[in-house]
Design a protein around this ligand. Structure first.
Ligand code: NAD
Length: 290
Protein backbone atom coordinates (compact mmCIF):
# COMPACT_ATOMS: atom_id res chain seq x y z
CA UNK A 1 0.00 0.00 0.00
CA UNK A 2 2.73 2.52 0.97
CA UNK A 3 4.22 2.13 -2.52
CA UNK A 4 0.95 3.37 -3.99
CA UNK A 5 0.50 6.49 -1.84
CA UNK A 6 2.09 9.71 -3.10
CA UNK A 7 1.31 13.41 -3.25
CA UNK A 8 -1.30 12.89 -5.96
CA UNK A 9 -3.24 9.99 -4.45
CA UNK A 10 -6.99 10.63 -4.59
CA UNK A 11 -8.86 9.75 -1.40
CA UNK A 12 -12.23 8.02 -1.04
CA UNK A 13 -13.87 7.06 2.25
CA UNK A 14 -16.68 5.30 4.03
CA UNK A 15 -18.62 7.38 6.58
CA UNK A 16 -20.90 6.15 9.38
CA UNK A 17 -20.67 4.34 12.71
CA UNK A 18 -19.53 1.67 13.29
CA UNK A 19 -17.26 1.30 10.25
CA UNK A 20 -14.33 -0.76 11.59
CA UNK A 21 -15.82 -4.10 10.48
CA UNK A 22 -16.50 -2.95 6.91
CA UNK A 23 -15.10 -4.93 4.00
CA UNK A 24 -15.28 -1.90 1.67
CA UNK A 25 -11.71 -0.54 2.18
CA UNK A 26 -10.16 -3.97 1.43
CA UNK A 27 -12.36 -4.45 -1.65
CA UNK A 28 -11.85 -1.02 -3.23
CA UNK A 29 -8.12 -0.85 -2.42
CA UNK A 30 -7.56 -4.28 -3.99
CA UNK A 31 -9.36 -3.10 -7.13
CA UNK A 32 -7.55 0.28 -7.30
CA UNK A 33 -4.23 -1.54 -7.05
CA UNK A 34 -5.31 -4.14 -9.63
CA UNK A 35 -6.36 -1.39 -12.06
CA UNK A 36 -3.24 0.67 -11.31
CA UNK A 37 -5.30 3.67 -10.16
CA UNK A 38 -3.74 6.24 -7.86
CA UNK A 39 -6.63 6.11 -5.38
CA UNK A 40 -6.97 5.00 -1.76
CA UNK A 41 -10.07 4.18 0.32
CA UNK A 42 -10.33 4.57 4.12
CA UNK A 43 -13.13 4.67 6.72
CA UNK A 44 -14.14 7.46 9.12
CA UNK A 45 -16.30 6.84 12.19
CA UNK A 46 -18.76 9.76 12.14
CA UNK A 47 -22.32 10.22 13.33
CA UNK A 48 -25.27 12.37 12.21
CA UNK A 49 -24.25 15.66 13.96
CA UNK A 50 -20.80 15.47 12.28
CA UNK A 51 -22.12 15.20 8.74
CA UNK A 52 -22.32 18.83 7.69
CA UNK A 53 -18.69 19.42 8.66
CA UNK A 54 -17.68 16.05 7.19
CA UNK A 55 -19.08 16.88 3.77
CA UNK A 56 -17.64 20.39 3.64
CA UNK A 57 -14.26 18.81 4.55
CA UNK A 58 -14.75 16.35 1.65
CA UNK A 59 -15.01 19.35 -0.67
CA UNK A 60 -12.09 21.19 0.97
CA UNK A 61 -9.82 18.14 0.70
CA UNK A 62 -11.15 17.22 -2.74
CA UNK A 63 -12.19 13.70 -1.79
CA UNK A 64 -13.11 11.83 -4.99
CA UNK A 65 -16.12 10.10 -3.47
CA UNK A 66 -17.12 7.46 -0.99
CA UNK A 67 -19.92 5.63 0.76
CA UNK A 68 -22.37 6.22 3.59
CA UNK A 69 -23.56 3.54 5.98
CA UNK A 70 -25.88 3.59 8.99
CA UNK A 71 -26.86 5.90 10.60
CA UNK A 72 -25.84 8.67 8.15
CA UNK A 73 -27.49 7.53 4.89
CA UNK A 74 -30.54 9.80 5.27
CA UNK A 75 -28.78 12.95 6.47
CA UNK A 76 -26.21 12.50 3.67
CA UNK A 77 -28.93 12.78 1.04
CA UNK A 78 -30.04 16.11 2.54
CA UNK A 79 -26.49 17.46 2.26
CA UNK A 80 -25.71 16.43 -1.34
CA UNK A 81 -25.67 19.04 -4.12
CA UNK A 82 -27.27 16.64 -6.62
CA UNK A 83 -29.14 13.35 -6.24
CA UNK A 84 -30.18 10.41 -8.46
CA UNK A 85 -33.90 9.79 -9.00
CA UNK A 86 -33.79 6.81 -6.64
CA UNK A 87 -32.08 8.84 -3.89
CA UNK A 88 -34.62 11.65 -4.27
CA UNK A 89 -37.54 9.23 -3.84
CA UNK A 90 -35.95 7.23 -0.99
CA UNK A 91 -34.35 10.17 0.81
CA UNK A 92 -31.07 8.31 1.35
CA UNK A 93 -27.76 7.71 -0.35
CA UNK A 94 -25.06 5.10 0.14
CA UNK A 95 -22.56 6.44 -2.40
CA UNK A 96 -21.31 9.81 -3.60
CA UNK A 97 -18.85 11.21 -6.10
CA UNK A 98 -17.25 14.64 -6.23
CA UNK A 99 -17.97 16.17 -9.63
CA UNK A 100 -15.90 19.37 -9.88
CA UNK A 101 -16.74 20.38 -6.34
CA UNK A 102 -20.41 19.31 -6.44
CA UNK A 103 -21.30 16.17 -4.48
CA UNK A 104 -23.61 13.77 -6.37
CA UNK A 105 -25.36 11.11 -4.28
CA UNK A 106 -26.96 7.86 -5.38
CA UNK A 107 -28.36 4.74 -3.75
CA UNK A 108 -27.06 1.54 -5.30
CA UNK A 109 -28.61 -1.15 -3.04
CA UNK A 110 -31.62 -1.51 -5.34
CA UNK A 111 -29.53 -1.24 -8.51
CA UNK A 112 -27.10 -3.88 -7.17
CA UNK A 113 -29.99 -6.22 -6.37
CA UNK A 114 -31.50 -5.81 -9.83
CA UNK A 115 -28.11 -6.19 -11.52
CA UNK A 116 -27.68 -9.47 -9.62
CA UNK A 117 -31.06 -10.68 -10.91
CA UNK A 118 -29.97 -9.72 -14.42
CA UNK A 119 -26.64 -11.58 -14.07
CA UNK A 120 -28.80 -14.60 -13.12
CA UNK A 121 -30.92 -14.19 -16.28
CA UNK A 122 -33.90 -12.42 -14.65
CA UNK A 123 -35.19 -9.00 -15.80
CA UNK A 124 -37.72 -6.94 -13.81
CA UNK A 125 -39.19 -4.85 -16.65
CA UNK A 126 -42.83 -5.80 -17.19
CA UNK A 127 -42.79 -8.29 -14.28
CA UNK A 128 -44.99 -8.62 -11.22
CA UNK A 129 -43.00 -8.57 -7.98
CA UNK A 130 -43.88 -9.43 -4.41
CA UNK A 131 -41.39 -7.79 -2.03
CA UNK A 132 -41.36 -8.76 1.64
CA UNK A 133 -40.03 -5.85 3.68
CA UNK A 134 -40.16 -2.10 4.17
CA UNK A 135 -36.73 -1.29 5.64
CA UNK A 136 -33.68 0.17 3.92
CA UNK A 137 -32.93 -2.75 1.57
CA UNK A 138 -36.58 -3.37 0.70
CA UNK A 139 -37.35 0.29 -0.04
CA UNK A 140 -34.31 0.58 -2.33
CA UNK A 141 -35.41 -2.53 -4.26
CA UNK A 142 -39.05 -1.45 -4.48
CA UNK A 143 -38.12 2.01 -5.81
CA UNK A 144 -35.51 0.75 -8.28
CA UNK A 145 -37.82 -1.98 -9.60
CA UNK A 146 -40.53 0.62 -10.23
CA UNK A 147 -38.02 2.97 -11.93
CA UNK A 148 -36.78 0.03 -14.04
CA UNK A 149 -40.26 -0.69 -15.41
CA UNK A 150 -41.70 -3.44 -13.20
CA UNK A 151 -45.44 -3.83 -13.90
CA UNK A 152 -46.33 -4.37 -10.26
CA UNK A 153 -44.68 -4.17 -6.84
CA UNK A 154 -46.78 -5.72 -4.08
CA UNK A 155 -45.17 -4.94 -0.72
CA UNK A 156 -45.87 -7.12 2.30
CA UNK A 157 -44.65 -6.19 5.78
CA UNK A 158 -45.61 -6.94 9.32
CA UNK A 159 -47.45 -4.20 11.19
CA UNK A 160 -44.34 -2.82 12.89
CA UNK A 161 -42.63 0.59 12.78
CA UNK A 162 -41.65 -0.03 9.13
CA UNK A 163 -45.23 -0.34 7.86
CA UNK A 164 -45.80 3.42 7.64
CA UNK A 165 -42.59 3.68 5.61
CA UNK A 166 -44.04 1.24 3.07
CA UNK A 167 -47.21 3.36 2.90
CA UNK A 168 -44.97 6.37 2.18
CA UNK A 169 -43.16 4.43 -0.56
CA UNK A 170 -46.49 3.51 -2.16
CA UNK A 171 -47.59 7.15 -2.11
CA UNK A 172 -44.32 8.40 -3.64
CA UNK A 173 -44.21 5.72 -6.36
CA UNK A 174 -47.83 6.35 -7.34
CA UNK A 175 -46.68 9.89 -8.19
CA UNK A 176 -43.23 9.15 -9.65
CA UNK A 177 -43.86 5.86 -11.50
CA UNK A 178 -47.61 5.82 -12.24
CA UNK A 179 -47.28 2.93 -14.74
CA UNK A 180 -46.17 0.59 -11.95
CA UNK A 181 -48.95 -0.72 -9.69
CA UNK A 182 -47.71 -0.46 -6.10
CA UNK A 183 -49.47 -1.62 -2.94
CA UNK A 184 -48.77 -2.55 0.67
CA UNK A 185 -50.53 -5.25 2.68
CA UNK A 186 -49.85 -6.67 6.15
CA UNK A 187 -47.78 -9.87 5.80
CA UNK A 188 -50.03 -11.37 8.50
CA UNK A 189 -52.85 -11.48 5.86
CA UNK A 190 -52.05 -15.04 4.72
CA UNK A 191 -54.81 -15.12 2.10
CA UNK A 192 -53.68 -11.88 0.41
CA UNK A 193 -50.04 -13.01 0.53
CA UNK A 194 -50.91 -16.37 -1.10
CA UNK A 195 -52.94 -14.64 -3.83
CA UNK A 196 -50.15 -12.15 -4.57
CA UNK A 197 -47.42 -14.82 -4.65
CA UNK A 198 -49.57 -17.02 -6.93
CA UNK A 199 -49.97 -14.06 -9.33
CA UNK A 200 -46.37 -12.81 -9.30
CA UNK A 201 -43.27 -13.61 -11.38
CA UNK A 202 -40.59 -12.74 -8.80
CA UNK A 203 -40.75 -13.17 -5.02
CA UNK A 204 -38.17 -11.23 -2.97
CA UNK A 205 -37.36 -11.43 0.72
CA UNK A 206 -35.90 -8.11 1.90
CA UNK A 207 -36.69 -8.57 5.60
CA UNK A 208 -34.25 -9.72 8.28
CA UNK A 209 -36.06 -13.07 8.41
CA UNK A 210 -33.59 -15.79 7.40
CA UNK A 211 -30.63 -13.88 8.84
CA UNK A 212 -29.24 -14.73 12.31
CA UNK A 213 -30.93 -14.89 14.85
CA UNK A 214 -33.91 -15.55 12.52
CA UNK A 215 -32.03 -18.15 10.45
CA UNK A 216 -34.03 -21.27 9.64
CA UNK A 217 -37.20 -19.15 9.33
CA UNK A 218 -39.12 -18.09 6.22
CA UNK A 219 -42.22 -15.92 5.75
CA UNK A 220 -43.37 -18.03 2.76
CA UNK A 221 -45.13 -21.39 3.19
CA UNK A 222 -43.43 -23.99 0.93
CA UNK A 223 -46.69 -24.81 -0.86
CA UNK A 224 -46.60 -21.32 -2.48
CA UNK A 225 -43.26 -22.07 -4.20
CA UNK A 226 -44.02 -23.19 -7.77
CA UNK A 227 -41.76 -24.16 -10.66
CA UNK A 228 -42.13 -21.00 -12.75
CA UNK A 229 -41.50 -18.63 -9.79
CA UNK A 230 -38.22 -16.73 -9.41
CA UNK A 231 -37.21 -16.42 -5.74
CA UNK A 232 -34.54 -14.03 -4.48
CA UNK A 233 -33.27 -13.07 -1.04
CA UNK A 234 -31.31 -10.06 0.20
CA UNK A 235 -29.86 -12.00 3.14
CA UNK A 236 -26.31 -13.24 2.45
CA UNK A 237 -25.45 -14.66 5.86
CA UNK A 238 -26.24 -17.55 5.79
CA UNK A 239 -25.45 -17.79 2.08
CA UNK A 240 -28.62 -19.85 1.57
CA UNK A 241 -31.58 -18.83 3.71
CA UNK A 242 -34.47 -21.14 4.51
CA UNK A 243 -36.45 -19.45 1.71
CA UNK A 244 -33.68 -20.13 -0.83
CA UNK A 245 -33.34 -23.75 0.36
CA UNK A 246 -37.13 -24.18 0.09
CA UNK A 247 -37.12 -22.65 -3.41
CA UNK A 248 -34.35 -25.01 -4.53
CA UNK A 249 -36.21 -27.97 -3.06
CA UNK A 250 -39.43 -26.91 -4.86
CA UNK A 251 -37.57 -26.61 -8.19
CA UNK A 252 -38.32 -22.89 -8.62
CA UNK A 253 -37.14 -21.24 -11.87
CA UNK A 254 -34.36 -19.51 -9.91
CA UNK A 255 -33.27 -19.28 -6.27
CA UNK A 256 -30.92 -16.33 -5.91
CA UNK A 257 -29.16 -15.52 -2.60
CA UNK A 258 -28.13 -12.07 -1.32
CA UNK A 259 -24.32 -12.26 -1.79
CA UNK A 260 -24.53 -11.07 -5.40
CA UNK A 261 -26.48 -7.96 -4.36
CA UNK A 262 -23.61 -6.94 -2.09
CA UNK A 263 -21.02 -7.61 -4.78
CA UNK A 264 -22.86 -5.79 -7.59
CA UNK A 265 -23.71 -2.82 -5.39
CA UNK A 266 -19.97 -2.47 -4.78
CA UNK A 267 -19.24 -2.89 -8.48
CA UNK A 268 -21.73 -0.14 -9.38
CA UNK A 269 -20.10 2.15 -6.82
CA UNK A 270 -16.69 1.37 -8.32
CA UNK A 271 -17.97 2.35 -11.73
CA UNK A 272 -19.23 5.65 -10.31
CA UNK A 273 -15.85 6.30 -8.64
CA UNK A 274 -13.60 5.36 -11.56
CA UNK A 275 -15.67 5.13 -14.75
CA UNK A 276 -14.37 1.54 -15.06
CA UNK A 277 -15.97 -1.86 -14.58
CA UNK A 278 -14.81 -3.38 -11.29
CA UNK A 279 -12.46 -6.39 -11.66
CA UNK A 280 -15.13 -8.58 -10.05
CA UNK A 281 -13.67 -11.99 -10.89
CA UNK A 282 -10.19 -11.02 -9.77
CA UNK A 283 -11.56 -9.62 -6.50
CA UNK A 284 -13.57 -12.80 -5.88
CA UNK A 285 -10.49 -14.93 -6.53
CA UNK A 286 -8.46 -12.71 -4.16
CA UNK A 287 -11.14 -13.05 -1.46
CA UNK A 288 -11.48 -16.81 -1.88
CA UNK A 289 -7.68 -17.23 -1.64
CA UNK A 290 -7.53 -15.40 1.69
P1 NAD B 1 -34.10 -2.78 8.28
O1 NAD B 1 -33.89 -2.92 9.76
O2 NAD B 1 -34.10 -1.45 7.65
O3 NAD B 1 -35.50 -3.53 7.91
C1 NAD B 1 -35.85 -4.76 8.50
C2 NAD B 1 -37.09 -5.33 7.79
O4 NAD B 1 -37.32 -6.66 8.26
C3 NAD B 1 -38.37 -4.53 8.07
O5 NAD B 1 -39.19 -4.59 6.91
C4 NAD B 1 -39.00 -5.33 9.21
O6 NAD B 1 -40.40 -5.15 9.28
C5 NAD B 1 -38.65 -6.74 8.79
N1 NAD B 1 -38.60 -7.71 9.91
C6 NAD B 1 -37.69 -7.73 10.92
N2 NAD B 1 -37.96 -8.78 11.73
C7 NAD B 1 -39.04 -9.42 11.22
C8 NAD B 1 -39.80 -10.56 11.62
N3 NAD B 1 -39.48 -11.28 12.70
N4 NAD B 1 -40.85 -10.93 10.85
C9 NAD B 1 -41.18 -10.21 9.73
N5 NAD B 1 -40.49 -9.13 9.31
C10 NAD B 1 -39.45 -8.74 10.05
O7 NAD B 1 -32.99 -3.73 7.64
P2 NAD B 1 -32.37 -3.64 6.16
O8 NAD B 1 -31.12 -2.86 6.22
O9 NAD B 1 -33.43 -3.27 5.18
O10 NAD B 1 -31.96 -5.18 5.95
C11 NAD B 1 -32.95 -6.18 5.68
C12 NAD B 1 -32.24 -7.45 5.22
O11 NAD B 1 -31.56 -7.18 3.99
C13 NAD B 1 -31.17 -7.91 6.22
O12 NAD B 1 -31.31 -9.30 6.38
C14 NAD B 1 -29.85 -7.60 5.55
O13 NAD B 1 -28.87 -8.59 5.79
C15 NAD B 1 -30.21 -7.62 4.08
N6 NAD B 1 -29.36 -6.69 3.28
C16 NAD B 1 -28.61 -7.24 2.32
C17 NAD B 1 -27.80 -6.43 1.54
C18 NAD B 1 -26.97 -7.05 0.47
O14 NAD B 1 -26.14 -6.35 -0.12
N7 NAD B 1 -27.17 -8.31 0.15
C19 NAD B 1 -27.80 -5.03 1.74
C20 NAD B 1 -28.60 -4.49 2.75
C21 NAD B 1 -29.38 -5.36 3.53
Amino acid sequence: MEKRIDGRTGLLALFGTPVGHSGSPAMYNFCFQHDDLNLAYVAFDVNIPDMEQTLSTCKLWNLRGGNFTMPVKNIASELMDDLSDASKIIGACNVFVNRDGRLYGDVTDGKGFIKNLSVNGVEVAGKKLVVLGAGGAATAIEVQAALDGAAEVAIFNRKDEFYARAEGTVEKLQKETPDCKVSVTPVEDAEALAAAVNACDILINATSVGMKPLDGQSLIPVELLRKDLVVADTVYNPEKTQLILDAEEAGCAAAIGGAGMLLWQGALNYELFTGKAMPVEEYQAFKAGK
